[in-house]
Ligand binder design. Sequence first.
Ligand code: FAD
Length: 419
Amino acid sequence: MPTTTTAPTDTKTTASPAAAKAAKPRKPLPAPNSDFYDVYETLSAEELKALKDVRAFMEAQVAPIITKYWADDAFPFELLPAVKALNIGGLGMKGYGCRGGSLALFGFVSMEMARVDPSFSTFFGVHNGLAMGSIYLDGSEEQKQKWLPPMARMEKIGCFGLTEPLVGSGAGRGLLTTAKREGDTWVLNGEKRWIGNAPWCDVSVIWARDVADNQVKGFIVENKSTPGFSVEKIEHKIALKVVQNGHITLKDCRVPEANRLQGGNSFRDTARVLKVTRYMVAWMATGCAMGAYEAALAYAQTRLQFGKPIGSFQLVQDLLARMLGNITASQCLVTRMAQLHAEGKLTDAHAALSKAFTTVKCRETVAWARELLGGNGIVLDYKVARYFADAEALYSYEGTLQMQNLIVGKAVTGLSAFV
Ligand SMILES: Cc1cc2nc3c(=O)[nH]c(=O)nc-3n(C[C@H](O)[C@H](O)[C@H](O)COP(=O)(O)OP(=O)(O)OC[C@H]3O[C@@H](n4cnc5c(N)ncnc54)[C@H](O)[C@@H]3O)c2cc1C
């Protein structure tokens, strides 16, 4: 998709004897465009139209204000009506008032959002992918009919509580949050940490260990009306600062059996959700790298040193080419991953490899972008610093690099290295 950013023309003139040459207007420089292999062209016209709407929203409404929100650790609630109007709630899910569309489109939308702001993409991914995705994949027909329509309309926003203060990577082996059944009620006790959207959202999908059979089960908890449910915002983050992450405490929190995800009976069912959300983080990491690259390229075209744009120096072009290589490789990888999903062939290992590869390459790319901006690379006003910091969270959440590589390692060797 052609970018709407316009690179300024280099109007610098040089002294005689090149005066005549310099008097000729220079060719306008190409506008930064991170879609070098035209991956956007793999979408249908209808999908491309939806994506253009997302791009227009992100560039016109999010880009101008997001740095201030990032610096203030705040979420731009005033943008929620415009997000709702995009009609993307329930993207990738069929029925139940959901937007539908392919998982490829959901991926492109996540990438496009992250290209402008990885926090915003994360907010949407947590709601649409983790929270709605859990209900869509693990809920009963009745549960889907009850919960998904208001979430698709984004009247109710969701979060996903798996990680705990003492259990992160090891979530599959031993959650400390417990669920005890008493008749038709479940009593939840424990703590959840890092939960995106939790400080303000309406619905939490909480994963807890059933004390009767030691299996992980999922519960839909209404944040604002369930006694015993409390959440504190996590302060002092240095990445994805627009996303509000919460530390949830569940103290004798009672939820009806009707709120237990009927298809979520072991960690395998949680992992089905994580497969899709790792898929999504791979797209987000690609978008984060695209945003940093485009900002760095625009800077290289306009910043003068030694009387020339720094983009005219060989070593700077080397950095740009490396960034674009990382981005293009990541885009091709995630696009193929979407095809695998459409063919019903996407495995946990496919999603893990993409999440691992793209987040490593994103981290490398944003660091090169920061380097290219020199001192201005560490100032928020030049945008790149935000991508640089946000890449750190993408690298670690939804399972760290080591966890993804253990999943891939198990698939390729046939031997599990999980302890
Ligand atoms: C910004 C942000 C948003 C998040 N949002 C959510 C959310 O919405 N919902 C949610 O449930 N969680 C969320 N998380 C949690 C996230 O998924 C975890 O942080 C992540 O899984 C890692 O867990 P941990 O931080 O406890 O690290 P740990 O598990 O303590 O790991 C620390 C280090 O040890 C390494 N390690 C651990 N075990 C092994 C091993 N066996 N072999 C080799 N290395 C190992 C890890 O790779 C890592 O480098 C979020 C996290 C962040 C930072």
